[in-house]
Design a protein around this ligand. Structure first.
Ligand code: NAD
Ligand code: TDX
Length: 341
């Protein structure tokens, strides 16, 4: 049986990833290492911890001694590295934790993997490392050859970690693969990110805070499709390669908001407030995901029209989950981000 170290699996995508593997009955032992930062939530995987296939450790990926110990105790032979500080707006308020976890933490994992040995290592990255695309050239998309041009402290720290991952392949022959995915949505997404924030604000009788002119474009992918793509890369990817992952589903933020308002029976005037734009706000992201389809046979299975309904229903059905998050530290952040600016 394979023993896979999954970092950051108490967060949004990581928890969906381990849930997917458990529900499929994959023959794996999963060792979850998560610091449980504000974004990590043990409730996301609590029901899975009882299973003997999943072993949870609360700890920091920057703690080399702990990571080494996990490797020895659990005979780790594969890694899927999700752990990160992941919210662009927080990186604008304070970038230190982003450099520490995303750059230093990744370096620690790569060093331990080099020292202890690993069969395969998937570094989960983002399309944001490529920077921003022009909106007047809809045919232009990010390919794996697009130069890195990160614009936020978040994407700069992820680009730093990508470069480290790449260098450990070239210099040390570590079998690293890098994935760069577009915006995810779905169950367990922390309600500071656009979609869950918009949905839960409407449920609380608050407005959707829409940045700038609302015409920024993102490519949206349902989280299960991203998890399936990562599993595909872990099993079939070629070490040293980068794989873009996307939904072929570009939309302006206004279009997203219109869909959510319609699904939730609200009008634009009742539900939306334009607010000051995000500094350095990237205008457009679009992914060319033809390489992963051509070489590994992966393509998204979920369609936006249905998956956004499923997502909204999940937040309606899990109010205890998000109401517990939207308190305490979250309210201080919300005030700083939306009221004081
Ligand atoms: P998230 O913020 O929901 O979860 C991050 C998890 O990492 C949390 O559980 C947190 O506790 C943990 N963590 C943070 N610092 C840690 C540390 N020092 N040691 C151990 N654990 C730590 O993030 P997410 O949205 O699930 O994103 C997961 C990964 O996917 C990230 O690397 C992110 O850059 C990448 N990604 C996200 C998206 C998206 O749309 N959310 C898209 C593309 C790529
Ligand atoms: O209150 C808001 N109002 C608003 O208009 C928020 C939080 C966001 N937005 C806009 C900004 C973006 O154009 O919505 C869009 C999506 O915003 P986020 O959910 O913050 O996502 P983004 O900045 O695009 O980054 C996400 O996708 C790539 C994830 O947070 C990253 O972790 C991932 O790497």
């Amino acid at each position: 049986m394979r023993s896979i170290l999954v970092t950051g699996a108490a967060g949004f995508i990581g928890s969906n990833f381990v849930r997917m593997l458990m529900s499929r009955g994959e023959d794996v032992k999963l060792v979850v290492l998560d610091k449980l930062t504000y974004a990590g939530n043990i409730a996301n995987i609590q029901d899975l911890i009882d299973d003997e296939k999943l072993f949870f450790v609360k700890g920091d990926i920057c703690d080399a001694a702990l990571v080494e110990q996990l490797w020895t105790n659990h005979a780790i032979n594969q890694v899927v590295h999700f752990a990160a500080e992941s919210h662009v707006d927080r990186s604008i308020l304070s970038s230190g934790p982003f450099v520490q976890t995303n750059v230093v933490g990744t370096q620690v994992l790569l060093d331990v993997a080099k020292a202890k040995g690993v069969d395969r290592f998937v570094h989960v990255s983002t399309d944001e490392v490529y920077g921003s695309l022009p909106e007047d050239k809809p045919d232009v998309k990010f390919t794996e050859e697009t130069s890195l041009a990160p614009n936020s402290p978040y994407s700069a720290s992820k680009a730093g970690s990508d470069c480290l991952a790449r260098s450990y392949f070239h210099t040390h022959h570590l079998p690293v693969m890098i994935t760069r995915c577009s915006n995810n949505y779905g169950p367990y997404q922390f309600p500071e990110k656009a979609l869950p924030l918009f949905i839960t604000n409407l449920m609380e009788g608050k407005k959707i805070p829409l940045y700038g002119d609302g015409m920024n474009i993102r490519d949206w992918l349902y989280v299960e499709d991203h998890c399936d793509a990562i599993w595909t890369v872990l099993n079939k990817g070629t070490p040293g390669e980068v794989y873009n992952i996307g939904g072929n589903n570009e939309m302006t933020n206004r279009k997203i908001v219109e869909t959510i308002l319609r699904e939730m029976g609200k009008t634009w005037d009742d539900g939306v407030q334009y607010v000051k734009d995000r500094p350095g706000h990237d205008r457009r992201y679009a992914i060319d995901a033809s390489k992963i389809k051509r070489e590994l046979g992966w393509e998204p299975k979920h369609r936006w029209e249905q998956a956004i309904k499923t997502t909204i229903q999940w937040f309606k059905d899990h109010q205890d989950w998000w109401r517990a998050i939207k308190s305490g530290e979250y309210l201080k952040y919300y005030d700083q981000q939306y009221t004081q600016r």
